[in-house]
Write a protein that binds this ligand. Structure first.
Ligand SMILES: [Zn+2]
Ligand SMILES: [Zn+2]
Length: 379
């Protein structure tokens, strides 16, 4: 089948209107707004840490050190906002950035005292959102600049705002996702075997990580495949596939039902294996980075690793709407199960020409939220 298919090259014309160029005040304007908004959110998180930050994350970072970063963020937002006035262009963006930072200062600024936090059960992950956003911009936007697959694709491409909304929504939900995931995994207590867990803990750390990756991959493979091949599940997962331009933000698009179920399912093998905490931490970091990287607009020479790991090229094919790629490449971490179950599609030199679904979905968050309900309308 593959040999008959004529692979085409993807065309990405440069959108001069949306392109960010130095010296026009647009970069400083957007940066000022982004830093202003993040600062305001951070100040609110320092004011109401019990409700706006996550217990799991609070244990990992130093809140007082982060206040120092917040201080620089606020001053940079003001500075970049003023810069738009020097350029005398995009002043509205600069004004917005300055206004947001100003509100941050009014709410207490960067020196709200940090003390012990009374834990509440359910909170919003503003801390997680801010750190993930800053980390992603630093790591993945840099990679996209260094190794772009499509140099012409602009940062502010079509529907970037929609995907940013998904990014925020899914990060804010972290507490709810973890609570639901742990609750779901606890149903499998009957399958816990102490001898298996002891055996897992007795092997070296990296081997434990490898075991986790393979077991998680198996669960994720089948979960993903069911989302594609069971008719009532597809409209939920189709939301993730509705993205038509791939970059670091594209992977954030996903219906909350899928996001919750995916995280809940993957917690089951993690729970049953009972590996060391450090092995789990390495796996979580690896999985989080890989999940973003495989959607990025990058072409990185992976060498022989591309025959082992899920890479951007491999997952871009999963998002293609071209015939030979449909319902292939389900794996999340390694290509093992796609190879094993005959769903592997990786034409060595080719990349997809088109991304998205064959039938177009609504283009708004709310439209996509209710899209899965269409299966009821039909009957
Ligand atoms: Zn899929
Ligand atoms: Zn994807």
């Amino acid at each position: 089948m593959d040999t008959e298919f004529q692979y085409k090259k993807r065309r990405v014309p440069l959108d001069r209107q949306r392109e960010l160029r130095f010296g026009e005040g647009k970069i400083s304007g957007y940066a000022s707004v982004a830093l202003g908004l993040l600062s305001l959110l951070a100040v609110m998180a320092y004011r109401y840490p019990a409700y706006l930050t996550t217990i799991e994350l609070r244990q990992v970072y130093d809140a007082e050190f982060l206040q120092l970063i917040l201080k620089y963020g606020m001053y940079f937002s003001l500075l970049l906002g003023l810069l738009t006035f020097c350029f005398n262009r995009h002043k509205r963006l600069g004004m917005t950035g300055i206004g947001l930072t100003g509100m941050g200062f009014l709410l207490g600024g960067y020196d709200i005292p940090v003390g012990p936090v009374e834990p509440v059960r359910l909170s919003l992950g503003i801390d997680w959102l801010i750190l993930a956003f800053l980390g992603s911009v630093a790591v993945f936007m840099t990679l996209e600049k260094l190794f772009p697959k499509y140099r012409n694709q602009v940062i502010l491409r079509d529907e970037w705002g929609l995907d940013l909304f998904y990014f925020c929504f899914n990060h804010l939900m972290i507490s709810a996702i973890l609570i639901y995931g742990n609750y779901h995994a606890s149903h499998f207590h009957w399958a816990v075997s102490e001898s298996v867990q002891q055996a897992v803990q007795s092997v070296p750390l990296l081997l434990q990580v490898g075991l986790i990756i393979i077991c998680a991959d198996f669960v994720l493979y089948w979960e993903h495949r069911l989302y594609h091949e069971v008719r009532v599940l597809w409209p939920i997962h189709a939301v993730h596939h509705s993205v038509e331009q791939m970059d670091w933000l594209a992977g954030s698009r996903g219906h909350f039902v899928q996001v919750f179920s995916e995280r809940a399912m993957v917690m089951v093998p993690l729970y049953l294996l009972g590996a060391d905490q450090s092995a789990l931490d390495i796996y979580v970091a690896f999985a989080a980075l890989q999940a973003v990287l495989i959607h990025c607009n990058v072409e990185i020479p992976f060498g022989p690793l591309k025959y082992l790991l899920v890479t951007p090229q491999f997952h871009h094919w999963h998002h293609s709407s071209e015939k030979p790629a449909i319902d292939t490449n389900y794996s999340a971490h390694t290509v093992l199960f796609d190879r094993l179950f005959n769903t592997y599609h990786m034409p060595d030199k080719h990349w997809p020409a088109e991304y998205g679904t064959t039938v177009r979905l609504p283009r708004s968050f709310l439209g996509q939220l209710v899209h899965p309900l269409k299966i009821f309308r039909k009957h």
